[in-house]
Design a protein around this ligand. Structure first.
Ligand SMILES: [Zn+2]
Length: 440
């Protein structure tokens, strides 16, 4: 009798084993073929996915986002090696080891991973086995590259880093009635000082200093307060319509003012006007070579919500003393900042396989003086810590060049997304229409 029971148990286990071998293979194939819905369908609606970095992804919606991010970021080739399966009633477990070749799609970087897994199944209402709990461990990658594991770190970086940068100094955007450039620079610098953000970079178009004592004073105040300056060309031309030679002249023409104002500090940081780095490869290469020969580093951007677009409406609403409209401007500015910061970070995970230290593009407008305290507050709430532009750009991601002709360049992650034809995560459009008509 005992012997018969053992034989029966053995027979059951072996048929169960086959059943789970099929499920296991299907899981790896779904990941390989980027069948996100089929992947999610293998899990119970309230399943947990415990990744090697200690993150828990819970439930179908979060799992769908996880698989979307992972499949958009990586090409996976995962093989389950040895395994052990046991089942009892409506529960079963499958555990063992795996190896995985993971290629980051944007960069082609390849990692070889190994680790262990434990999958706990439960029988669904229709009798199908569904994953209730799945836990992964990952040994150090075989390669020497420091890179994330597949799911790992992929949802959100708990300690993101950011450098603030301000473009179009010393005169960004229109001036509301009764306000001048000196007041704006004074307020911005004071707010940065109060947050211990000395050394923040402002990118200068020196044409704005010509015959404008107010703008000159504004730039002196900025540097006196301990802030840095870099180049944004002399007069903000588009590289799309400039020749290589005229664009180089624009960089050179900006230098005397930078030398004069920088108080001996380094000003060799360059930001392309409009973030357009060249609509042809020839231009792109020529300007990059020029910048490198002249000791510049590119002040790249990872986060941009076109903050300048609120300033004109602010001036109009201020002139009309329309407080309700200004309240709307404040709220929509913060909502848009939040949306596009999340988008930029999601793009980084797709483009680089991880979140990288960030550079946010801001403009030193009148409206920014009103919003900067709230924006800094928002960044704190999102978990950011602040760093300088050189610290942030010491990350190796900033040595990577999308090396593609792009008419409307964009942030560094945008450039990788566009040149590699990667799919953007969903996002809300900016409220440009309302900004154009508000307080008209
Ligand atoms: Zn600009």
């Amino acid at each position: 009798m005992i012997r018969a029971a053992l034989l029966l148990a053995f027979a059951m286990q072996s048929s169960t084993g086959n059943e789970f071998a099929v499920l296991r293979d299907q899981w790896a194939h779904n990941l390989h073929d980027k069948q996100v819905e089929a992947s999610v369908a293998q899990y119970a609606p309230d399943a947990d996915f415990l990744d090697p970095s200690g993150n828990v992804t819970h439930g179908s919606a979060a799992l769908r986002r996880l698989f979307q991010t992972v499949t958009a970021t990586f090409d996976s080739n995962l093989v389950f090696l040895d395994h052990r399966v046991e089942s009892s009633g409506g529960l079963a477990y499958d555990s063992g080891t795996y190896k995985e070749t993971l290629v980051t799609r944007a960069t082609g970087q390849k990692q070889e991973l190994r680790g262990t897994y434990l999958t706990v199944y439960q029988r669904g209402p229709d009798g199908r086995w569904l994953i209730a709990e799945q836990m992964w461990s990952s040994a150090q990658p075989d390669t020497n590259t420091k890179a994330p594991s597949p799911s790992a770190d992929s949802i959100v970086e708990p300690h993101p880093v950011i450098a603030l940068t301000f473009d179009d100094l010393p005169a960004a955007g229109s001036l509301p009635p009764g306000m001048n450039r000196t007041q704006i620079a004074t307020k911005l610098a004071a707010e940065l000082n109060a947050n211990h953000l000395d050394g923040t970079y402002g990118l200068v178009n020196a044409v704005k200093l010509e015959n404008d004592p107010d703008a000159q004073q504004a730039l002196h105040i900025w540097v006196d307060a301990g802030m840095n300056i870099g180049s944004h060309t002399w007069s903000h031309p588009s590289l799309n319509v400039s020749t290589v030679e005229s664009f180089q002249d624009e960089i050179a023409k900006n230098e005397p003012a930078l030398k004069e104002y920088a108080q001996g500090r380094d000003w060799h940081w360059f930001r392309y006007p409009f973030l357009w780095e060249g609509d042809t490869l020839e231009k792109r290469h020529a300007i990059r070579a020029y910048l490198s020969e002249h000791g510049y580093r590119i002040a790249q951007v990872t986060l941009d919500f076109e903050d300048y677009a609120w300033n004109d409406a602010y001036g109009r609403c201020l002139a009309k003393r329309d407080d309700a409209a200004i309240d709307w401007l404040r709220q929509s500015y913060l909502d848009t900042a939040k949306e596009y910061i999340a988008l930029g970070r999601a793009e980084e995970r797709i483009a680089f396989g991880r979140e990288i230290p960030n550079v946010i593009l801001l403009h030193g407008t009148a409206f920014t003086t009103l919003m900067l305290p709230d924006l800094i507050d928002l960044l704190h709430k999102e978990g950011f810590t602040f760093a300088s532009l050189p610290e942030v750009e010491s990350d190796p991601a900033y040595t990577m060049d999308p090396d593609a002709p792009l008419k409307y360049g964009g942030t560094l992650p945008d450039q990788f997304m566009d040149s590699r034809h990667l799919k953007y995560p969903p996002f809300q459009p900016k409220p440009f229409d309302k900004l154009k008509t508000l307080c008209q």
